[in-house]
Design a protein around this ligand. Structure first.
Ligand code: GNR
Ligand code: NI
Length: 172
């Protein structure tokens, strides 16, 4: 396993649409494992392959509570097959937009179809933080960041704050 470098916005790879994986082969299983390790190392609750520069439709999530054992979920070709009509607001962050947060509104529950690490087709019913996180990760596969759900004004404020913070970090 390996910790991969996470790409920070604005970067063109984060705007690209990722390709479906034809099958969950050795390479994809390895990528899933490396992404889980990278997610844990970064203290994230999810990670999408484009965030580590790989344009395959692969995501990992783990929303376990601190007092519970880890529960990583690895997904290839995840697809929302049902979304609840009721919406939920969640304060979101993103490892590719470090230290910036904003409220995003999304369906409060989703059913997602995907291929697991063994290439088996599965469905998962998600609500709460898990539903939010899965939708955030699938957005990444479509070149969409959480700030794209905000008004132009709020997005501009966050991206300018991020630029300033990244420049300060580079010269610190
Ligand atoms: O670690 C993360 N936290 C988070 C919090 C609220 C909503 C979504 C997320 S996902 C984010 C990790 C990340 O950037 N995944 O793409
Ligand atoms: Ni993200």
């Amino acid at each position: 396993m390996a910790v991969l470098p996470i790409i920070i916005a604005p970067h063109p790879v984060l705007k690209q649409v990722a390709k479906p994986v034809p099958a969950v082969d050795q390479r994809i299983a390895r990528l899933m494992d490396d992404m889980v390790e990278t997610m844990y190392e970064a203290n994230g609750i999810g990670l999408a392959a484009p965030q580590v520069g790989i344009l395959d439709r692969v995501i990992v999530v783990d929303v376990h509570e601190k007092d519970e054992p880890p529960n990583p979920i690895r997904m290839a070709n995840p697809e929302v097959v049902w979304a609840s009509p009721d919406l939920a607001v969640c304060e979101e962050g993103c490892l590719s937009i470090p230290e910036q947060y904003a409220e995003v509104t999304r369906p409060s529950a989703v059913r997602v179809r995907y291929l697991d690490r063994e290439g088996q087709e599965r469905e998962l019913d998600a609500s709460g933080m898990l539903a939010t996180c899965i939708q955030h990760e699938i957005d990444h596969l479509n070149g969409v960041l959480f700030v794209d759900h905000l008004s132009m004004l709020k997005r501009g404020m966050i991206m300018r704050r991020l630029q300033k913070q990244q420049k300060q970090k580079a010269t610190a």
